[in-house]
Ligand binder design. Sequence first.
Ligand code: FAD
Length: 464
Amino acid sequence: MIIKSQITTELEHILPKKNILSSVEECYVYSQDGTNDITSDTLPDVVVFPETIEEVQAVMKFANSHKIPVVARGAGTNLVGACIPKKGGIVINFTKMDNILEINKTNMTAKVQAGVVVGKLQEAVSKMGLFFPPDPSNLKVSTIGGAVAQSAGGPKTFKYGTTKDYILGLKVVLADGTLLKTGTNTIKNATGYHLEQLFIGSEGTLGIVVEATLKLIPKPETTRVVMAYFDTVENATNSVTNMIDKNICPSTIDFMNKNTLQTVEKFYPCGLLTNKESALIIEVDGFEISMDTQIARLETVLRLSGASEVIISHTKEEQEKLWTARRSSFGATAKLKPDVVTNDMIVPRENISKLVSGINEICQKYGLIISIVGHIGDGNIHPQIALDLNNETEVKAYEQAKKEFYKLTLELGGTLSAEHGIGLEKKDFLKNAVQPEALEYMKKIKKIFDPNNILNPDKIFDMN
Ligand SMILES: Cc1cc2nc3c(=O)[nH]c(=O)nc-3n(C[C@H](O)[C@H](O)[C@H](O)COP(=O)(O)OP(=O)(O)OC[C@H]3O[C@@H](n4cnc5c(N)ncnc54)[C@H](O)[C@@H]3O)c2cc1C
């Protein structure tokens, strides 16, 4: 077996020394990711920062020949332990492959390296009148490689879909160093299997994405935000169906429950109505000239659906204030206890009220403090739980509660993750969510792409 110092020496023949980290202190930083409740004592042996596709290929060729585990890493912000290098090995960090290679206005496409930050891409295409809708809330740091690998979504999924809907083609370095070019740079493609889609949500277990060709759409001229308060969660949920009935298609329909409203108001006072059971933040977009009509129709539907208060933004500042309330919910919940953990479940929208009330009941049973936010238009919620991760009783209570969250989600016809992925966090539950035959095929696919099981081993499912 090759030892750490030999790995470093070999890698120094592939990359410049300045792009290799191997001290304990440096490697420690890359032994964790954005997941609060999963830690690892195992450090990577070495962290490399390639600048070219050829360097990634050479690293993979070397790692494969010695069966060294390899974990790709973007910003490390995933919430399921997906880039924790449990078996050590090499971490490939993509922060030095962060170039936007091309934005083609006529074709409405962009070519980017894997380390491009999603928010930077959005800004760049926006200057050309174009729009890349996938918008994980941490888009200011998260990367395209991470978004592809986690099948990231975000608030705008209701109208625009998730990352998977915007991938036209990928360049992927396979476990043995082969460069696979899959997909096209055309908007439509019916030319054989869509191999590029296989890598979406694969969490770096099938190949290393080095470049992506993305679909862009025309940028909506303007946006407007409305906040609606309801006295029941059911009324809030039903209002979505009523909006669709009236041909209203908001870009975002986000949800906050009573506890969230109270917690945000406690720590970041912004005039939220804390006696209401729930609030929706609804964003509409389109031509400026259509805004008053859209907002008037939306307000009518919301009031007919039982909204007891409707706040309409008239300026960008007012709009930002409403969004800030929603975005502050995680930070506010974190102030209730030393730690906060978040989760991600999705059910068909018709069952979202049952999911919200069921999760509240489970947390009550286990004495857990919870605030619930989510993308209610999609049926996707994020319970945020304040707890002390050093308190064994609280950790055990959360572990038990999680099992019941997942059971309930599956009973309601939903699935384990909408946008955060499986990683280490949910892999034990995967067998409950996918058909055994489907799981077997996933393992067969993994074997084809990565026969030595070196690519992000132990994530999503175990290979034994
Ligand atoms: C505050 C906060 C808010 C969030 N909000 C959202 C949200 O609204 N919607 C949402 O969907 N997610 C959200 N997330 C989760 C997370 O940000 C996303 O999953 C994000 O897309 C991860 O990007 P990253 O660059 O940090 O990836 P990382 O965490 O670095 O990596 C994630 C996975 O991708 C793999 N990977 C990374 N780069 C590559 C590559 N080049 N090739 C192959 N595999 C690769 C890694 O091995 C790992 O398995 C949020 C996270 C935080 C902390």
